[in-house]
Design a binder for this molecule. Structure first.
Ligand SMILES: Cc1ncc(COP(=O)(O)O)c(C=O)c1O
Length: 409
């Protein structure tokens, strides 16, 4: 038997033993949505994450939600009430925000390979474009000229340090993101001379931070770097976008990030930072940490079989909806995300089984050698921590199977 990741602490069972999500038993949610496979997102969990962020962090900090973590329009509409803005990476994400009635909300547009069409869409949407290269700066300035607008531009800086999730330091690897730090002061001065609306700098240092000490080190070095760039450019930065990447525990041995400690250390780093940052607005852009625990992927068992002494439960879902829980192609050993039989939630484990999806590959495993209550075809499997990088981060076109349904409660 193999371990599973920690179950998020928000879920209970009905008297009939059904998983309750956002106050409703899972069978009712399936009936309302129209079937399985189904992603359910609980907006109470999203709201309580945002409240925790606000309670911990210094006031005046901007919180942006990173749309790629979960672009479901109901989720965006809900989050839009509580954040200062959104981080987008494509014209498609700008469109999603429009469809969620969030057209006028502040946006930062960061990511390599922005096309002319996307740059124009970003300028028209009033987004701040985080520039990744000189070529992109030229294209953005020209596009703004064509549109008769003053572009909002920030400089994305690739930090000259790499800090591992355990706090270790290593050499910087070349990558397509942002400008080398040494180039940043000259680029900033060039933008100011070009009379753009210069919005500051953006430094993203990675995702899935769970170790507070490591993240504190990242924040300290990022703030020092921003101060050094501002000093060298002789400019007070309007905004410093610190990136984000706060992590969510979903595998065995992972623990929640201590954001209170991160916030206290952030205040200390800001107090000790360059005077050139004294008037700078600080922003953090988070995806996973806000939505991951709100999501449950529910799939129905369609078959049960034995093979060479092992019991398999085969479901109607799989890695085409939630690739993160099955592990990328050909890269075993995978680790189990939190998993349960949703119509026997909280019941004791009775049988060691392997839960698979329906894809024609041995890698489509949702629960490897896990101990679950006795389950049969027709029963429901729930995979937790499914709210971030789920449906839209998975190869949905694989095997031309139906899309998963989504519902927010
Ligand atoms: C520039 C940038 N900002 C924010 C994010 C969001 O990261 P997370 O969902 O881990 O918070 C990403 C993710 O790749 C990113 O590249």
């Amino acid at each position: 038997m193999k371990p599973t990741g920690p179950l998020p602490p928000y879920f209970t069972a009905s008297s009939a033993g059904e998983l309750i999500i956002g106050g409703s038993p899972v069978s009712e949610l399936i009936a309302e949505a129209g079937g399985t496979p189904l992603f359910v997102y609980d907006n109470n969990i999203i709201g309580s994450q945002i409240t925790r962020f606000r309670a911990a962090m210094p006031s005046g900090i901007n919180l942006y939600y990173s749309v790629s973590a979960n672009p479901c329009e109901d989720v965006l509409r809900f989050i839009g009430r509580y954040v200062e803005g959104f981080r987008v990476v494509s014209a498609g994400e700008i469109e999603r925000l429009k469809r969620a009635e969030l057209a006028g909300i502040p946006m930062t547009f960061a990511g390599p390979g922005k096309s002319e069409r996307e740059i124009e869409a970003a300028i028209l949407a009033g987004a701040t474009i985080s520039l990744e290269s000189e070529g992109e700066a030229e294209r953005a300035i020209k596009a703004a000229g064509r549109l008769g607008k003053k572009p909002k531009l920030a400089v994305r800086v690739d930090p000259p340090f790499v800090i591992g999730h355990d706090g270790s330091e290593s050499v910087v690897a070349p990558n397509p993101f942002g400008f080398d730090a040494a180039e940043a002061p000259a680029i900033i001065n060039g933008l100011i001379e070009a009379d753009v609306d210069f919005r500051g700098i953006h430094i993203f240092t990675g995702s899935q931070w769970l170790d507070a000490d490591a993240l504190i080190k990242v924040h300290r070095q990022t703030i020092d770097l921003a101060g050094a760039i501002a000093d060298a450019a002789g400019i007070r930065l309007p905004e410093l976008n610190l990136g984000g990447g706060f992590g969510t525990p979903c595998l065995q041995g992972e623990w929640p990030l201590d954001i209170d400690r991160v916030a206290t250390a952030l205040c200390d780093s800001l107090r000790e930072s360059s005077d050139m940052l004294a008037t700078t607005t600080l922003s953090i852009e988070l995806g996973r940490w806000i939505v991951a625990e709100s999501g449950v992927y529910v799939t129905r068992i369609v078959d049960k079989k034995e093979s060479a002494g092992r019991t398999f439960l085969i479901t109607d879902g799989g890695g085409h909806h939630l690739i993160g829980a099955t592990g990328p192609f050909g890269e075993p050993p995978r680790l189990n995300h939190p998993i349960a039989v949703a119509n026997k939630f909280g019941a004791a484990g009775e049988e060691v089984v392997t839960v698979t999806g329906c894809l024609c590959t041995p890698f489509d495993v949702l629960g490897d050698d896990v101990c679950l209550p006795l389950a049969q075809p027709g029963d429901l499997i729930a995979i937790f921590c499914a709210g971030a990088y789920g449906l839209t981060a998975s190869p949905q076109a694989w095997e031309s199977r139906p899309l998963a349904l989504e519902i927010m409660v």
